[in-house]
Design a protein around this ligand. Sequence first.
Ligand SMILES: Nc1nc2c(ncn2[C@@H]2O[C@H](COP(=O)(O)OP(=O)(O)OP(=O)(O)O)[C@@H](O)[C@H]2O)c(=O)[nH]1
Ligand SMILES: [Mg+2]
Length: 465
Amino acid sequence: MNPLPLRRNSPQRIRRMADALTSTIAAIASPMGVGAISLIRISGPDALTIADLTCGGIASSSMPRLARRCKVRDKTGAVIDDGLLTVFHGPASFTGEDTVEFAGHGGILVTRETLSRFLECGAVHAAPGEFSQRAFSNGKLDLTQAEGIMDLISAQTRLAIRAAHSQLEGTLGKRTTEARDEILEILANLEAWIDFPDEDIDPQTAIQLRERIHGILATIDSLLSTADQGRVLREGVRTVIFGEPNVGKSSLLNRLLGFDRAIVSDIAGTTRDTIEEIINLHGIPLRLVDTAGVRESSDLIESQGIQRTVRQIENADLLLEIADASQARPERAVYPSNHATHLLILNKSDLGEHPSWSDSDAIRISCLKSDGFDALSEKIREALHFTEADFGEHAVAINARHQASLALARTNLTAALDLLTEENSDPELAAIDLREALDALGEIPGKVDTEDLLGVIFSNFCIGK
Ligand SMILES: Nc1nc2c(ncn2[C@@H]2O[C@H](COP(=O)(O)OP(=O)(O)OP(=O)(O)O)[C@@H](O)[C@H]2O)c(=O)[nH]1
Ligand SMILES: [Mg+2]
């Protein structure tokens, strides 16, 4: 559950902020598992003292950013681990606070024991995303950059990495900040009329103000137009493989994945439930869904599977309809679809093609012989209009949160524009809309009071990040 937003000056909020400023947090930053090296991070005012207590006093005498060999000892003096300690003095650290990183041996128990020792000496265990949240609170990152970190960690393709870096560099934050600055200037202009209510807005100035709002709307529209690309990069293209039973849907999934994920058999109705896997098709993340073959069925479980297929089809970005090339073309479509991106694929072309398909421009493949897969990839890329070339160096790909804020800002700006177009318009009313647009845009980099929002964003991070 997300924490409830607290009132601006509520005692709990003041206490929470005070705790955040005085506590020193620690967590394991590397994944939980056995590896060569593990990393523990400590951040906060007592980070160096805590490291000194456990590592024989070397932290406070260390040069910042230079790794030093050290032994972490328990309270009896017994060695827990032997590794490298690096000290960062705030504000020149990721969080902006004094930070210590200990790189030790990558065993699960030894890492946990080392962390326990730091906690015993005064650190508190960090919540998920707390290091990044502190970096945000200390002005080291804006919210879009913090989200960029998450995007980078979860990136499934090179394009997603590139988009995450662009966000980490602050491209989106910069564009929204520029739009906000522009709104602030318009507001400053309007104030003049608000202060002298008897005077009408000079028509020439009103035209200029409207033009400036049009300019901001164009920026917002261009950012909003990246929402689909952003969703695809983060979640993958929802690609549903469907068709009649036994045509080779599961075989196609397995071929595209490169391993036998789904059961394949010559019994019609083998796949009962939907099976989902992500693949990277030349830079495009596809979230592939194999489905139960669509047919009339009296079997309860199969019927439920078919209902799931229909739901998947309705929510798909891309439909891959499979048919058996060696069988007569069905009279009726398996599923009536008006989907824009719908590719028909004829499988089992190794068995020869039934004459009824002769005028079809479907893509011919054979899962058995692995034929036709280059052409299939090419068609998918064409159908999605999604290539590396479309995605420039500083491209932005917004997420659902950015999209909601931009859409709200757009509504408010359009309302302000309408008011400024009216004769004898009241500048006070336009100013209210502009301030709301300002707040909506401010939520994107986190420039307005967004305590509840922070809880939502940072709780999705890993511990130690
Ligand atoms: N000759 C030939 N047989 C194939 C090809 N692809 C799949 N098959 C065979 O067709 C049968 C059905 O394949 P599946 O992949 O299970 O078909 P499906 O569409 O998932 O079937 P359901 O899950 O029952 O709806 C299996 O016996 C496969 O070995 C192909 O390209 N050529
Ligand atoms: Mg199947």
